[in-house]
Design a protein around this ligand. Structure first.
Ligand code: HAS
Length: 548
């Protein structure tokens, strides 16, 4: 018998509030992206004195930081309420406090960017300096996310008290791992903002140590990308099996892969700093090895997904190595949209391995290849999966249904996205190998002799980017329809079950003492000696400069 489980209305409102902000950021950030590719083509100039880097900052902050953080927190609140039960008043209050603090911080940062007082790109590296209100806004966003995370952890703790000796629901466990990962990672960015960038922008200190601030940033920056990825993996492991009518291959394997992400995603930030002086080659080497360790849980995920698809296909009579492929529900957007994201993750992950390999990194670092890499990982695999989630989550939360027409349009949207991104990201990868720099506008290198060779690729980027913008209009249209206009009804929040043949989940996987101790040890090994070294041998700090 089909039982319909609806999330409590109050929890649904909390989750939807986050998702509205996320989609508003998508609309504005997407528009900024379109302007950027047009400027890079060398055939378009921004009106009204708006600067290229200002638009680039709007794009990166809104899509890389605001869309992701708000969507992820909204999804995780919903996932925990769905699988561990309705939030207590205290958890929900923390959720709301977190939401408002994050929103206030976002508005503060956004206003400063729009006033051209914080044109520092989404990585806000020193020695670029922004207005202090921008840094304070970022602090609010981080603190707000901690409050929201605390609400989730409170619910998890109370569930475990009520169910002693039982493993927590898989989706809740995954959301909690991602929350812990985020809290540990954001300590780095909070450190640089509070102790370096804020005092410096307020004029309380004259100079800032650039290497220390970049190191603290990348201590946060790499786990940040897994904070984006893990909610997509939650959908791939737990939601997709249910949508296709199959089973989760193994609950234990899924939990183990999330634990490995928690352990190995943090002590690897140096792979973003491989060409930076001031860090001993030994520590870079160690962190490159740890980077290859963090690839393992992704390979486990690929294995588990193939197993789920194959088990399902065989149960439907498929034979041969790839017979299962034909049995998958291609007409269902809840499956097809994230599946396109999975396929994109194969070349995207291969690009990541190239980046992480020290010698090859010398070729691609700071070229637009890296931009191509994160448009495949974040802007395709992750974002398409988020869209795929939104197509059932939004109607579930608003008490509506995903209609046949919207389902069809969602598949068209994903195809448009895949075509636009293949052209744009493909051109970025290719011209990156020819040495085209990232983060630079045509006007800064238009006279360089080699820039002539880059022109066809830049035009391709503009074509791909324009197609992607059509994709954004489509997804916004679908979102508004699902949130406000589609018929009232019951849309399922799909949650998969483990296959009968799988082993029981060992409780050691939920022993936080073990995992947090190993995590702390790994961070100390990877970071303490190089960090002491940086401080002891610090060069004269930089006074900094502004980009406008
Ligand atoms: Fe990365 C730079 C290395 C993954 C995002 N990365 C970036 C930046 C961003 C980013 C934003 O080592 C730029 C930061 C900046 O502004 O400077 N990255 C890696 C590695 C991985 C990786 C080793 N990155 C990601 C993910 C991101 C992301 C995920 C966002 C969500 N990245 C780097 C490095 C740099 C870097 C260097 C610095 C470059 C430089 O010099 O500046 C790995 O995690 C990738 C592992 C993935 C796999 C793929 C597994 C495949 C799966 C799909 C299965 C498919 C199925 C469907 C089942 C091994 C799970 C099959 C169906 C069929 C029909 C076949």
């Amino acid at each position: 018998m089909k039982t319909f489980v609806r999330i409590d209305k109050r929890d649904a409102t909390l989750a939807m509030a986050h998702i509205y902000v996320g989609f508003a950021a998508l609309a504005l950030g997407g528009l900024a992206g379109l302007l950027q590719v047009l400027v890079r083509s060398g055939r378009f100039t921004l009106p009204a004195g708006i600067g290229y880097y200002q638009v680039l900052t709007v794009h990166g902050v809104l899509l890389g930081l605001v869309l992701t953080t708000f969507f992820i927190l909204g999804f995780q609140h919903a996932a925990i309420s769905r699988t561990s039960g309705t939030y207590s008043g205290k958890s929900r209050l923390m959720g709301w406090l977190g939401f408002w603090v994050m929103l206030i911080g976002t508005i503060m940062a956004a206003v400063m960017i729009l006033l051209n007082e914080a044109t520092v790109l989404y990585t806000f590296y020193a020695p670029l300096q922004a207005h202090w209100i921008f840094y304070l806004g970022l602090t609010f966003v981080v603190v707000g996310s901690w409050l929201g995370g605390a609400g989730m952890i409170m619910k998890y703790v109370s569930w475990r008290k009520e169910h002693p000796g039982q493993p927590s629901p898989l989706l809740t466990f995954m959301a909690i791992i991602n929350t812990v990962l985020w809290i540990v990672a954001t300590i780095g960015v909070a450190g640089t903002v509070l102790f370096q960038l804020l005092p410096w922008s307020l004029g309380l200190v004259d100079r800032v140590d650039v290497l220390v601030s970049r190191t603290l940033f990348w201590y946060f920056g790499h786990p940040l990308v897994y904070f984006w990825l893990l909610p997509a993996y939650m959908a791939w492991y737990v939601i997709i099996p249910k949508v296709i009518g199959g089973k989760i291959f193994s609950d234990s394997l899924a939990r183990l892969s999330f634990i490995l992400f928690l352990l190995f995603s943090i002590p690897v930030g140096f792979h973003h700093q491989l060409v930076e002086p001031g860090i001993d080659a030994y520590w870079k080497f160690l962190q490159v090895i740890l980077t290859f360790m963090v690839v393992i849980p992704s390979l486990m995920t690929a294995f588990s997904l193939f197993a789920t698809f194959e088990m399902y296909g065989r149960s439907k009579g498929a034979t041969g190595l790839f017979g299962w492929f034909k049995k998958l529900p291609w007409g269902d957007a809840r499956f097809t949209v994230p599946f396109i994201g999975m396929v994109a993750f194969i070349p995207a992950g291969a690009g990541g391995l190239i980046n992480a390999s020290n010698q090859m990194n010398q070729v691609v670092h700071n070229t637009i290849w890296v931009t191509g890499h994160f448009h495949l990982t974040l802007a395709t695999s992750v974002v398409l999966t988020f869209f795929g989630i939104a197509y059932w989550l939004v109607p579930h939360l608003t008490g509506r249904v995903l209609t046949k027409a919207m389902n069809k349009l969602a598949i068209v949207q994903a195809i448009v996205w895949a075509v636009g991104m293949s052209i744009m990201s493909g051109a970025m990868h290719a011209v990156g190998l020819l040495g085209a720099p990232r983060r630079s506008s045509y006007s800064t290198y238009g006279d360089a002799p080699q820039a002539l060779d880059w022109i066809p690729y830049q035009i391709a980027q503009a074509v791909g980017g324009t197609i992607l913008f059509i994709g954004i209009i489509l997804v916004l249209y679908i979102f508004i329809n699902l949130a406000f206009f589609s018929p009232k009804g019951e849309e399922e929040f799909p949650v998969g079950e483990q296959a009968e043949t799988a082993e029981r989940t060992p409780m050691a996987l939920e022993n936080w003492k073990i995992w947090l101790t190993i995590l702390a040890a790994l961070i100390l090994v990877a970071y303490s000696a190089p960090f002491i070294d940086m401080i002891q041998n610090a060069p004269p700090a930089s006074k900094g400069y502004r980009m406008w």
